[in-house]
Design a protein around this ligand. Sequence first.
Ligand SMILES: NC(=O)C1=CN([C@@H]2O[C@H](COP(=O)(O)OP(=O)(O)OC[C@H]3O[C@@H](n4cnc5c(N)ncnc54)[C@H](O)[C@@H]3O)[C@@H](O)[C@H]2O)C=CC1
Ligand SMILES: C[C@H](CCCC(C)(C)O)[C@H]1CC[C@H]2[C@@H]3[C@H](O)CC4=CC(=O)CC[C@]4(C)[C@H]3CC[C@]12C
Length: 440
Amino acid sequence: MPVEHRVAARGRLRARVVGVVAGRVSVPGMGQEGEGGASGRGRCVGWPALDERRGPLQASLGTLGQRLQPGMADSAQAQKLVYLVTGGCGFLGEHVVRMLLQREPRLGELRVFDRHLGPWLEELKTGPVRVTAIQGDVTEAHEVAAAVAGAHVVIHTAGLVDVFGRASPETIHEVNVQGTRNVIEACVQTGTRFLVYTSSMEVVGPNTKGHPFYRGNEDTLYEAVHRHPYPCSKALAERLVLEANGREVHGGLPLVTCALRPTGIYGEGHQIMRDFYRQGLRLGGWLFRAIPASVEHGRVYVGNVAWMHVLAARELERRAALMGGQVYFCYDGSPYKSYEDFNMEFLGPCGLQLVGARPLLPYWLLVFLAALNALLQWLLRPLVLYAPLLNPYTLAVANTTFTVSTDKAQRHFGYEPLFSWEDSRTRTILWVQAAGSSAQ
Ligand SMILES: NC(=O)C1=CN([C@@H]2O[C@H](COP(=O)(O)OP(=O)(O)OC[C@H]3O[C@@H](n4cnc5c(N)ncnc54)[C@H](O)[C@@H]3O)[C@@H](O)[C@H]2O)C=CC1
Ligand SMILES: C[C@H](CCCC(C)(C)O)[C@H]1CC[C@H]2[C@@H]3[C@H](O)CC4=CC(=O)CC[C@]4(C)[C@H]3CC[C@]12C
């Protein structure tokens, strides 16, 4: 039976803490380069400016245990650290959590904060590291503050990933922007100094004009103009995180932040890949090409994205002057291919075939169908949620070249991909096969 208790502060209910191994939450106790960053400072058409909607951090942290000695002093190098992963039960978050447990020797406690806790967390509680599961909502400032208090490092991956119109623009903004603001304010108030934010390639592009971003890096000039709520929210949140770098946290030391920008992530747990597989099975093993093979779409393996987060978090203190306020694309050895051809690297060995060397439907027809889907979504909204994969935004993203070629993470914090392309491919194929057969 999981231990379950509630952390009370200022008489208010805090985030639910489920399954704390030792039954307590607070274990307090514990340091620019001129590279500008590829755009991402773009415009969000029709969205509020950063300073609007700012809300005060409501939480008081007084009852949450002893106060931190902020920073990780040299003399305490061997000291065990407290990490918090927000969104730790999501596709990427779970990989970050497992990677930390496997590869972070200084890890003393791992707090996993998510709106929905996964049952798999239970199995992690038998290991040497204390794993603290916290059910909470990043939009609730007091819940975030309770979770952050006493943590040395925060990896903020929680987010609402919705480009299909399932959630309202306001909800996407609330979770991705206000949620991030809450995380930053919690760090400042509690004295937590190191924050790694999971941003997205979408912060840069593709833009609304469909300009290609071909093997670009963090310094490539690109006109970043967004209309869709998701990339708008990621761009605003990333800016908040970068601007927070250097802010004084409780205890007087500066906050050190950086943002990682994955391209399209794939690997074990990737729901859209699984959906394509099931769709192919339903169609008798066939998928039909919709996008020209010449359109390159950036992809990166989830294990390597997780590894990059772990390394960035580890190195933020030692390399604060270099890494603070910086952005890094996530990259590895995955080949440059179109979205559909890339998926076939996994779906092919699982028995599916992609029909057509060229798109079967003319592009204008796809545009028409995407617009029709958008109209149907709007018309049906009062009755039912209609959210197909094809809509004007996803079509534009899939149909616009966006690939990165960079070594900035290697230069700044020694990142090398942990998984080769062959490993990443094999692991993903095995997962698709298992996920597909469990759906039969
Ligand atoms: N999937 C992809 O291809 C890419 C994802 N990203 C970013 O990576 C991060 C993780 O994405 P995924 O793992 O793919 O998504 P996901 O949906 O699998 O994981 C997000 C997690 O955040 C949690 N969450 C959502 N709203 C929350 C809230 N209000 N409070 C607390 N937790 C909340 C969810 O329960 C979920 O476990 C996101 O920030 C996303 O923007 C960036 C680039 C590409
Ligand atoms: C769902 C799209 C593919 C369907 C195309 C169709 C209908 C013609 O077959 C996906 C194509 C590109 C994907 C996005 C891209 O990988 C970048 C992303 C980054 C993120 O931060 C979140 C996810 C996503 C927006 C991703 C979503 C699915 C696609 C649009």
